[in-house]
Design a binder for this molecule. Structure first.
Ligand code: HEC
Length: 117
């Protein structure tokens, strides 16, 4: 599934943000944050498959993605201000949004589309 490639990129970008925070490289955080907020999406055909599987949970799934978008956007804004504390708060919110979606959907997604855990 193309979603996995999207997720792997999100994982790498989040790791890069961690490294940038440690070095107080706010310009780099400001550059990475929009890549997380406006990450790539799977092709339409895959999206339709996923939405079909989600059914009535589609809104919940979208909301989690929206939380990632908002938190990562706030992180980018904080980085532009050079506000390290706010960057870290927003980073934590971003990570919590990743986790929330994973806890709700990851295992069942993998079982559905890969037939294993
Ligand atoms: C709207 C739901 C949702 C959100 C939000 C989300 N993920 Fe995921 N993520 C998934 C699903 C579903 C999978 C399982 C995909 C698969 O295994 O093909 C996954 C899998 C992953 C994986 C494992 C990929 C692999 O190779 O097995 C990584 C890494 C990951 N996500 C990173 C992130 C990061 C970082 C964020 C936040 C910035 C995030 N995800 C936000 C749904 C989400």
């Amino acid at each position: 599934m193309a979603l996995r490639t999207v997720m792997e990129k999100l994982g790498r970008d989040m790791q890069a943000v961690t490294g940038a925070i440690s070095k107080e490289e706010w310009a780099l955080v400001a550059e990475l944050a929009p890549k997380i907020a406006k990450h790539a999406e799977p092709p339409l055909s895959e999206k339709m498959r996923i939405l079909g599987w989600l059914g009535t949970d589609a809104g919940k799934f979208r909301d989690f993605d929206g939380h990632v978008h908002d938190a990562a956007t706030a992180m980018g804004d904080a980085a532009k201000r050079g506000d390290g504390q706010a960057v870290i708060t927003a980073f934590s919110k971003t990570q919590q949004s990743c986790l929330a979606c994973h806890q709700s959907f990851r295992q069942s997604f993998v079982e559905q589309f890969y037939g294993k855990r």
